[in-house]
Ligand binder design. Structure first.
Ligand code: ATP
Ligand code: MG
Length: 388
């Protein structure tokens, strides 16, 4: 059994039931997908959720809860009736085998009609634990903490509070399409948007058979990792090599990166329409590489009718790397691969592309091929992978 505290939902007033229901549903679905979890029940308590996991392993359930956006923290709990004597009785049994030199009691009341304040409960339970174990109270740096949650007619206690990823529940802000390369940035951008309540559909452009399948393998591994935060992910693998080849023939070298990016955005947008997604997402960060300037990003956005989200735009590489390490994507991202952008990559891309020049280059491209047909072909040959 777990008590789950939610994060920013606590701030929502009128819409709170919508967010709480979404979170409860996400928790239920994610847990029931796990092997070894038969059934769970979720009850709404004031300001928190109670999860009953019946016989299934507390550690398996806990590992999953740590990855569900919208959860601020959670605690494996024991329950007693709302009577301090009963609480002490069952607490006494549970701490008998625990060894600690210092401790504190942290009480939270969801039931403000309870006759004692949190401070008074802390003191009374604290005196009891001290007398039982001989340990000293240390409010700042305790070796052991007893968490007490007082709710209507029931009290829960725990010895462990585990941090969640926070933010909002997946799906509460709608659906978006993430352009996922095998690099470090785009998985971090995706993670950030999970915690802003987005459900994400992934799109990866590859240059197979001109390059090997390593970028696809990496992307598949990244989606597997990211899927842990939402479940039921979908990945589109779009063949982009033929289009790139034609770009190389028709477009001056310095404009190619922006032209590739505009094509990727147009194709991703078609996928977004099909998926009924409301925005696109990239891992770009201002000034990180020559192609990621205000001018180039603006020219790329010209082809999009949907909003293009760039949550990393103001982050430094170091911040992004730290976050990639935290979510576990870093080790996959740094594996060597043959990324489609390395194919026919210009030595020095234009840093300040003008819309006029790019459009002129694209006109040349259109003269040489039927671009719409090529895009249709690429979409036709796109492989779709579903993660259930
Ligand atoms: P990343 O680490 O995400 O690859 P990056 O700093 O290497 O980012 P670029 O390679 O310039 O940046 O790509 C910018 C963004 O364009 C990426 O973050 C990603 O969203 C998108 N992108 C680039 N290449 C691809 C690809 N092959 N498939 C899908 N999206 C891509
Ligand atoms: Mg990249």
């Amino acid at each position: 059994m777990f008590v789950i505290h939610y994060h920013e939902i606590a701030l929502k007033k009128k819409n709170r039931p919508f967010f709480v229901n979404k979170l409860a549903e996400n928790i239920r679905v994610s847990l029931e997908r796990l092997e070894g979890v038969e059934k769970v029940k979720i009850e709404k308590l004031p300001g928190r959720l109670l999860l009953i996991n019946y016989g299934s392993s507390t550690s398996i359930v806990g590992q999953k809860l740590a990855k569900i956006p919208g959860i601020a923290n959670f605690m494996p709990v024991f329950e007693t009736p709302d009577d301090l004597e009963k609480l002490k009785e069952s607490l006494g049994k549970k701490i008998k085998n625990q060894k600690f030199g210092s401790f504190r009691v942290t009480t939270q009341r969801g039931d403000k009609t309870f006759p004692m304040t949190s401070e008074e409960v802390n003191r009374e339970v604290g005196a009891f634990v001290q007398q039982k174990t001989g340990a000293r109270v240390d409010l700042k740096n305790p070796e052991f903490t007893v968490f007490v949650e007082i709710l209507y007619k029931r009290i829960f206690f725990s010895f462990e509070k585990i941090q969640g990823v926070g933010g909002l529940p997946v799906g509460s802000s709608g659906k978006i399409v993430s352009l996922l390369s095998g690099g470090i940035d785009s998985p971090v951008a995706s993670f950030k948007m999970f915690t802003r309540g987005c459900r994400i559909v992934f799109v990866h452009f590859h240059s197979f058979p001109y390059l090997d399948i390593s970028s696809q393998e990496k992307t598949v591994d990244l989606v597997k990792l990211l899927d842990e935060y939402q479940g039921g992910s979908r990945l589109y693998l779009v063949p982009f090599g033929d289009i790139q080849k034609r770009v190389v023939l028709a477009v001056p070298e310095k404009y190619r990166v922006v032209v590739y990016r505009r094509l990727m955005i147009s194709i991703a947008e078609r996928i977004a329409k099909k998926e009924k997604a409301g925005a696109l997402l990239t891992g770009e960060s201002l000034g990180q590489v020559a192609s990621q300037t205000l001018e180039n990003m603006s020219v790329v956005d010209e082809v999009a009718s949907l909003l293009v989200l760039r949550p990393l735009v103001g982050m430094s590489k170091e911040e992004i790397i730290n976050m990639a390490k935290k979510i576990g994507s870093y080790d996959i991202s740094i594996l060597h691969d043959q990324d489609c952008c390395q194919l026919f990559m210009p030595k020095s891309p234009a840093t300040k592309s003008k819309k006029k020049d790019i459009e002129q280059a694209e006109d040349e491209l259109r003269k040489s091929i039927n671009l719409d047909e090529m895009i249709k072909d690429a979409l036709h040959n796109t492989e779709v992978k579903d993660y259930l």
